[in-house]
Design a protein around this ligand. Structure first.
Ligand SMILES: C[S@@+](CC[C@H](N)C(=O)[O-])C[C@H]1O[C@@H](n2cnc3c(N)ncnc32)[C@H](O)[C@@H]1O
Length: 244
């Protein structure tokens, strides 16, 4: 993807984070959605505990991230380093966070490190559940997944991904979904709302997909309590009904 300036604001470089299954369920408002039997793409997956947790409930989850090309013996320590770096940022910028989901910065670190352990165990598993790929090109056929989740890449790092890169990525996520794409959060790492959002919603609508901003039962970054939901156009035979 394009658009990296010399000195990105906020957190800086894109880090590999490890949000847990519970965080994902709240960030993407999944609590009322039966996950059993659902095929889900988590892109970017990072070192998240979501695939392991959702799979335990019967979902079929594929994680996609360029970091999955890194050998596990290098990736896991790097994700741990990035997780601790992210926690340092939280401690240094309390004005950017709301301590509702986590009780404090220690709770944040413990939760993320536990999720990283869940990821590490699952990542060592035997099959192709974790795929190395880079948006905006995913190695999947059209409409491969019932639900596509994308957390903490788009909108989070506007200094790394410009507006055109965002649109290309969203279109690719829509292409591989049979029903919905959900994106969270809609603010960057300085908790500033995205300047791209309105344009992107108009462009996606012009493609024929509906977009909606939906409040979610998760709030950690200040002001980040809303996800973008893109309803993939139905109409061809053999498609899944909307996920909710
Ligand atoms: C902050 S992590 C988010 C991980 C996870 N979704 C979460 O919420 O914890 C951002 C991830 O985006 C990945 N990434 C960076 N550029 C990407 C791209 N062009 N396509 C897909 N993933 C990318 C990074 O490797 C990193 O793991």
């Amino acid at each position: 993807m394009t658009g990296s300036p010399a000195s990105p604001r906020g957190l800086g470089d894109i880090i590999i984070t490890s949000r847990g299954f519970g965080e994902y369920r709240a960030m993407f408002d999944l609590a009322d959605l039966p996950l059993a039997g659902l095929s889900i793409l988590d892109c970017p997956g990072g070192a998240s505990g979501f695939p392991a947790g959702a799979r335990a409930l019967g979902a079929r989850v594929v994680g996609v991230d360029p970091a999955y090309a890194i050998p596990p013996g290098v990736l896991i320590p790097r994700a741990r380093r990035d997780t601790l770096y992210g926690n340092r940022y939280v401690r240094d910028h309390p004005e950017l966070y709301v301590f509702e989901w986590f009780t404090d910065a220690d709770d944040h670190a413990l939760s993320r490190l536990a999720s990283l352990d869940a990821f590490a165990a699952d990542f060592a598993g035997p099959d192709d559940r974790y795929v190395a790929a880079v948006l905006p090109e995913l190695p999947f056929a059209d409409r491969s997944f019932d639900l596509v989740l994308s957390g903490h890449l788009l909108f989070t790092y506007p200094d790394h991904l410009d507006q055109a890169a965002h649109l290309a990525a969203l279109r690719e996520l829509v292409r591989v979904s049979r029903s919905e794409v959900r994106v969270f959060p809609l603010v960057d790492t300085t908790a500033t709302g995205s300047p791209y959002l309105d344009h992107l919603r108009r462009a996606i609508a012009a493609d024929g997909a509906e977009t909606e901003l939906r409040r979610v039962p998760y709030h950690f970054q200040r002001g980040a309590d809303t996800m973008l939901v893109i309803g993939v156009p139905q109409g061809r035979t053999g498609q899944s009904p909307p996920v909710r």
